[in-house]
Ligand binder design. Sequence first.
Ligand SMILES: Cc1cc2nc3c(=O)[nH]c(=O)nc-3n(C[C@H](O)[C@H](O)[C@H](O)COP(=O)(O)OP(=O)(O)OC[C@H]3O[C@@H](n4cnc5c(N)ncnc54)[C@H](O)[C@@H]3O)c2cc1C
Length: 421
Amino acid sequence: MFSFRRGRRRAVTHQLRKIAGRENTRTEPSELLAYSYDATFQQRLPTAAVAVQNTEQVASIVELAANEHIPVVARGAATGLAGGSVPPPDAIVLNLAKMRGIKDIDPDDGVAVVEPGVITSQFHAAVERVGLFYPPDPASLRQCTIGGNLACNAGGPRCLKYGVTRDYVRGVTVVLADGSVVETGGRVLKSSTGYALPHLFVGSEGTLGIITEAVLRLIPLPRGRATALVFFGSVEAATETVTASFLKGLAPATLEFLDTHTLELVSSELPTQLPEGTQAALLIETDSFEATEALDALQRVVAIARQTDVLGIHLATDEEESSRIWHARQAISGAFGRIAKGKLGEDVVVPRSKIANMVRAVEEISQTHGLPIPLFGHAGDGNLHPNILFDPSSPSDLLAVERAAIEIFERAIALGGALSG
Ligand SMILES: Cc1cc2nc3c(=O)[nH]c(=O)nc-3n(C[C@H](O)[C@H](O)[C@H](O)COP(=O)(O)OP(=O)(O)OC[C@H]3O[C@@H](n4cnc5c(N)ncnc54)[C@H](O)[C@@H]3O)c2cc1C
């Protein structure tokens, strides 16, 4: 199956099996299919896929690949939206799913030591059981891995209040491209001398090395949480609520924006009927160490919303109700998949005051190119996700998608924004 240096094929396969075990080394096309894609619509078969179990195995394989000039790609859960874990030609995929140990959770030092294949939501559950909190919460958290989150510097709804993955990384163990192993950072809170090397690897998307262990910062778990879904008659009413809340000193943990098209697509998942004429909604969540404080803060944001064009307010009264609201938010991606075979999820950021302008711009672009572009995002920091839906088998759609994406970037930049994914 190795197409490079033909005569070396058997020798390399033999070496891979020797390092990771025959049962962990896949080379048949039928087996390799599972390692050929991510959450984009790109796909390419690797030459081999190896389920590694520790740093030593990763280092040995990377060294072997370096000597043989074979590309290596790290693979977490392949939920990435940038094609990062889709193998380049003739690559070996390092499947990190078996490296899923949570080696330590230390409340005294406020750190955890984890392997890269740990599923993010499982890590959340493990630290919350002991009263600690790891905030980064990409919407894919039930599938994606901590290693993938570090590699992509994942954010999520809670990053408005708590920051992104990078803010929770204290140290990493990394295998570099020649197979050497680097341990940088550590358990200490203060690290003010020298280069911030752990942070260099965060967001590097696997291009600088393969993260095989991470020391993550934990904070105390907020015990109080209050959630509401507020429906507005205009996009401006929703964004006014966001800016007025900040001006009043309110700092919700989450302020998620959903446009009318997204709301229609997930309407069957909503915990309440979608009010007629709804143009936008905000999913608002506040948290605090005392339950009553969270509810009080939420009611203050809702009072601000009431002064605008509000069409409905659904306040979660308990944990179950709150989960139903979040369920609707997490159902968005699947809902897009149900109406279109192809989806290009774009990622732009604009100043908070320009969200309504960006929403209008995306609507115009959608009409110009005849493609649905539902949009949702994090209203608190102006990070918006326009999702271009299309038919991948249609050449005209593909051309229109490319043009629409470029126009979305241009409009975001013209509004003082940037590309963010
Ligand atoms: C429905 C859905 C919702 C999403 N929501 C969000 C969101 O809210 N916020 C957000 O930021 N992203 C989001 N994403 C994107 C994606 O889930 C994240 O980027 C996630 O961090 C990827 O993790 P993964 O384990 O799936 O990584 P993969 O997709 O397997 O890999 C992603 C990249 O990281 C590299 N990589 C993986 N593991 C390692 C490692 N151990 N060392 C070095 N490099 C490595 C890969 O080579 C690849 O380049 C979403 C995706 C989907 C499908």
